[in-house]
Design a binder for this molecule. Structure first.
Ligand code: FE2
Length: 279
């Protein structure tokens, strides 16, 4: 699946691009399935938005209890002042999360495919759990930015070692909001953790290193449809707004080691009826 040299490259720079990992037909099947899920979602009562700029304020119950569900989050810029959509519902969704890989047969089949298992083994995640899945739309014109962060801030484990699998379901370019990352930035330690405060019960950031990211070191990870980008959980990465007329759909999975400690004050929790499972 990937060579020892690629694994070395992943360890050195904290990310790895694997072109052509997914077939066009697999990308199209996931896209069609997401479209169907959005189509059947009735947003009349639930209008939760996703914003990385105001993570604490927007951590509503709908988001916080979505770890073992399939839920829909809107772009911050999706609404007019009167609460109606600026563009169609299908063009307003930011993402679907966070248990597609367990609850939807199409996403489950892809997420637990032999080639993903082989890849997990190759990068040292033979005994691992699938923690979360997200379908990210990065909508034309209104696709919001995701500010520079480390995934381990949100999926914290002890030891701190997770991997994100980012599948490009369409070409991702600078124009439509591709990922950007700081090569080697995973070696600089974890800057913060997002956890539930034992005193207030609210989510807050525990900051270990207040220095801002050296964003001048970011490089764009432009990839073709079907590419997989592996991201070390400690790698600083971000994406900019999509102001182009083209969407930038992606599917993501995160893996943790099965023997790692997963704290109870992480935001994403599973109910007893749907524990983490993996390979
Ligand atoms: Fe991320």
């Amino acid at each position: 699946m990937i060579s020892p040299a690629q694994v070395e490259q992943y360890q050195a720079q904290g990310f790895l691009i694997v072109p052509g990992f997914a077939e066009d037909s697999e990308c199209d099947a996931l896209r069609a399935r997401a479209e169907k899920l959005v189509h059947s979602f009735e947003p009349a009562e639930i209008r939760s938005i996703f914003s990385t700029n105001e993570q604490n304020r927007i951590a509503d119950d709908y988001f916080m209890s979505s770890g073992d569900k399939i839920r829909f989050f809107f772009e911050e810029n999706a609404f007019l002042p009167d609460g109606s959509f600026k563009q169609a519902k299908e063009r307003s969704i930011n993402k679907i999360g966070h248990a597609l890989h367990d609850l939807d047969p199409v996403f489950e089949c892809f997420s637990r495919s032999e080639k993903i298992k082989e890849l997990a083994v190759a990068i040292g995640f033979a005994q691992s759990y699938l923690v979360q899945s997200m379908y990210i739309f990065k909508q034309p014109n209104i696709g919001g930015e995701v500010i520079c962060h480390q995934d381990s801030t949100f999926i914290y484990t002890e030891p701190t070692d997770i991997v994100g699998l980012w599948f490009a379901l369409e070409d991702a370019t600078i124009e439509n909001g591709c990922l950007w990352a700081i090569p080697g930035g995973h070696k600089r330690g974890l800057k913060s953790r997002w956890l539930r405060s034992p005193t207030t019960g609210r989510m807050e950031f525990d900051v270990y290193d207040p220095e801002p990211w050296p964003e001048n070191e970011l490089v764009p990870l432009e990839v073709n449809k079907g590419s997989l980008i592996l991201l070390n959980g400690l790698l600083p990465h971000r994406s900019f707004e999509n102001r182009s007329p083209r969407s930038r759909h992606a599917y993501t999975l995160h893996l943790m080691h099965a023997d790692a400690n997963y704290p109870a004050d992480n935001w994403l929790q599973r109910s007893a009826g749907l524990p983490f499972t993996g390979f």
